[in-house]
Design a protein. Structure first.
Length: 114
C-alpha cells in the first residue's frame, strides 16, 4: 500500500523559513516525478513544485525563487525548502506523484502569520 507521510509544517512569521519532508513507502518512487502540492480550504489543490527522477525541477510562479524542491532517492524522501514565506503560503502541503497523484496523505499544515 502506497503511503505518503508529510512533516515539518508549523507556524512561522512572514519572512521565515520551513523545511518540509515527505517519506514515501509501499513502493519505490525514485523513477517518477514527485511534486509538492498545497491546498487552502475552499480552493483547489495546486501543484507548487515538482522534481524529476534525475533532479530537474519546475515551480509555480508564486513560489519561484523562494521554494526549493529536492529528493533523496535512497531514502524515498522528497523535501521542500521554503524561504521568505508570505501569508499567502498558508495552506496544507502534500506530496504525491505528478501529474497523476495516488492516494493523498494527511499533509502538513503551514501557517504564516505574525
Amino acid at each position: 500500500q502506497v503511503q505518503f507521510v508529510e512533516s515539518g509544517g508549523g507556524l512561522v512569521q512572514p519572512g521565515g523559513s520551513l523545511r518540509l519532508s515527505c517519506a514515501a513507502s509501499g513502493s519505490s518512487f525514485s523513477h517518477v516525478i514527485m511534486g509538492w502540492y498545497r491546498q487552502v480550504p475552499g480552493k483547489q489543490r495546486e501543484l507548487v513544485a515538482r522534481i524529476s527522477s534525475r533532479g530537474d525541477t519546475n515551480y509555480a510562479d508564486s513560489v519561484k525563487g523562494r521554494f526549493t524542491i529536492s529528493r533523496d532517492n535512497a531514502k524515498n524522501t522528497v523535501y521542500l525548502q521554503m524561504n521568505s514565506l508570505k501569508s499567502g503560503d498558508t495552506a496544507v502541503y502534500y506530496c504525491n506523484m505528478s501529474p497523476f497523484p495516488l492516494t493523498w496523505g494527511q499533509g502538513t499544515e503551514v501557517t504564516v502569520s505574525s
